[in-house]
Design a protein around this ligand. Structure first.
Ligand SMILES: Cc1ncc(COP(=O)(O)O)c(C=O)c1O
Length: 401
C-alpha cells in the first residue's frame, strides 16, 4: 500500500464530480461549467495569426522559453495592463500556465502547513484546493452584495493570534457569487488592510467582462489603486478573453515576491507554452483583443439578462440573488433548510445541472446556495432550463417533499 503525503490526503474528490457524471446525458441543459462557449472562440483570428507567423516565429513557438515568459508577450501584456491602469513599471510580470498556476505558486511561496490564510466565503474552488494542498488553515469571511463583509473581516483580523499569511480576494465579478465590490468597499478594505503587513492576492479573471460602462470606476482593481505599503499580488488570465485552452495567465507582483515565484515556477514546469504565448502576443498586439472582448461581453450580457428575467419570473418566494453586472455567474440563496445537493439531484432528473453551494465553502458545509453559469448556454436553452431549476427548488422547499 503506497503511503501518500499528508497534503495529498487533505484533498477529496467532490461529491459534485460524481453527480456531474450522471449529468452527461444527451439533452441535459448545463448551467454548471465556468468555461466560455465553444461557439464564441475567435477561431478565424487565431487561424490568421498562426498562418501569418514567420518560420522564425514558428521555431520560437516550438521551443522552451524563459521561465518568466516570452519577452514579446511580456511587452504586449504590459501595454494591455497599463491601459487598465495597472502599475506595471513598479512590479514584475510572471507568465503562468493559467492563472490557477499563479494562485498555486503564490500559495506555495507563502504557506507552511498550518498557516492561516483568509478568503471570502464563498470562494473559487480552484483556489480552495490550491490552499488546501499546502495545508493552509483557511478562515473565510462572508461576502455581502457589495463585497467582503468588512466588519467581520476586521473582527477576524483582531481576534487571530497568528498573523494570516495573505488574504485571497476576487473583487471584480466573483466566482461563484458574481459580486462586484463597490469603489467604496475597495477603499475601506485598503484602509483596513493598511499597516498590517498582510499581502493581498487579488484574482482578477473576469474584470474585462463588465456589462455596464457606468461601472468602470468600481472596476478599478486594488492593484490599480496602488495603495502604499500593501503588497498586492495581482493574478489574471487569457482564459476568459481568448480561450482557456491556451493555458496562459499571469501575475503582476512586487519584485521581491516575483523572485520567489520565478524560482518555484522553474521547478514546476520551467516555462508556460511558448506556442500559445506567441499566439496570445499577436492577439494583443494586433488590437483584435479589444474587439473580441466587446463581442463576448455583449453576448454574455444578453445571456445574463435572459437568465435574470427567467429567474425573476419563475423562482419561488424565499430564493434571492444579486443581478450580475458582469462575469459568468448568478448565485442563488435558498432558505437555510434547503439543501442544494437535493435540489441538484432533482434538477438532474429533470434535465438541468448546476453546481451546489458547498463546493465553494472552504469548510465544505454551507449548502443553501446554487451557482448558475450563463456563460456557456445560449438564450433559448436558458429560457428552457431555468423553469426546470425553479421547479426543482420549489419541490425541495415544499413541506411534503
Ligand atoms: C476566479 C477564478 N480565478 C482563476 C481561474 C483560473 O483560470 P485559468 O487557470 O484558466 O486562468 C478561474 C477559472 O474559472 C476563476 O473562476
Amino acid at each position: 500500500m503506497p503511503v501518500f503525503s499528508n497534503s495529498t490526503n487533505e484533498l477529496r474528490t467532490s461529491e459534485i464530480r460524481d453527480l456531474m457524471s450522471l449529468a452527461n446525458k444527451p439533452g441535459m441543459i448545463l448551467f454548471s461549467g465556468g468555461m466560455p462557449d465553444n461557439d464564441l472562440f475567435p477561431l478565424a483570428e487565431i487561424d490568421k495569426i498562426y498562418n501569418g507567423l514567420t518560420p522564425q516565429e514558428k521555431k520560437v513557438a516550438m521551443q522552451y522559453g524563459p521561465t518568466c515568459g516570452l519577452p514579446e508577450l511580456i511587452g504586449s501584456l504590459s501595454e494591455f495592463l497599463s491601459r487598465k491602469g495597472l502599475p506595471v513599471a513598479e512590479n514584475k510580470i510572471l507568465i503562468t500556465t493559467g492563472s490557477l498556476q499563479a494562485i498555486n505558486i503564490l500559495a506555495k511561496v507563502f504557506i507552511d502547513p498550518g498557516d492561516i490564510i483568509l478568503t471570502e466565503n464563498p470562494c473559487f474552488i480552484g483556489a480552495i484546493s490550491a490552499f488546501k494542498s499546502y495545508q493552509a488553515d483557511i478562515k473565510s469571511i462572508p461576502l455581502t452584495g457589495d463585497g467582503i463583509n468588512l466588519v467581520l473581516l476586521e473582527e477576524m483580523l483582531n481576534k487571530l493570534e497568528k498573523k494570516p499569511k495573505f488574504i485571497y480576494l476576487t473583487p471584480n465579478f466573483h466566482n461563484p457569487a458574481g459580486t462586484l465590490y463597490s469603489s467604496e468597499t475597495k477603499q475601506k478594505l485598503i484602509k483596513l488592510m493598511s499597516g498590517r503587513d498582510i499581502p493581498i492576492i487579488e484574482d482578477d479573471a473576469y474584470s474585462d467582462l463588465y456589462f455596464h460602462d457606468e461601472d468602470r470606476d468600481d472596476l478599478k482593481t486594488l492593484k490599480a489603486i496602488h495603495p502604499a505599503g500593501i503588497d498586492i499580488c495581482y493574478t489574471s488570465s487569457f482564459s476568459k478573453i481568448i480561450g482557456p485552452g491556451l493555458r496562459l495567465g499571469w501575475m503582476l507582483v512586487p519584485e521581491q515576491i516575483y523572485a520567489k515565484c520565478e524560482l518555484i515556477k522553474q521547478s514546476v514546469d520551467a516555462c508556460s507554452p511558448s506556442f500559445t504565448q506567441v499566439i496570445a502576443d499577436k492577439f494583443l498586439r494586433s488590437g483584435v483583443v479589444y474587439s473580441y472582448i466587446d463581442k463576448v461581453r455583449t453576448e454574455y450580457k444578453k445571456r445574463a439578462e435572459a437568465m435574470t428575467a427567467a429567474l425573476q419570473k419563475y423562482l419561488p418566494d424565499g430564493v434571492t440573488f444579486t443581478v450580475p453586472r458582469g462575469g459568468f455567474y448568478i448565485w442563488l440563496q435558498l432558505p437555510e433548510n434547503v439543501d442544494s445537493t437535493d435540489v441538484l439531484k432533482k434538477a438532474i432528473e429533470k434535465g438541468t445541472v448546476f453546481v451546489s453551494g458547498k463546493t465553494f465553502d472552504p469548510a465544505g458545509k454551507k449548502n443553501n446556495f446554487i451557482r448558475l453559469s450563463y456563460c456557456n448556454t445560449p438564450v433559448e436553452k436558458i429560457n428552457k432550463g431555468i423553469p426546470i431549476v425553479a421547479d426543482a427548488i420549489r419541490e425541495m422547499m415544499s413541506p411534503t417533499k
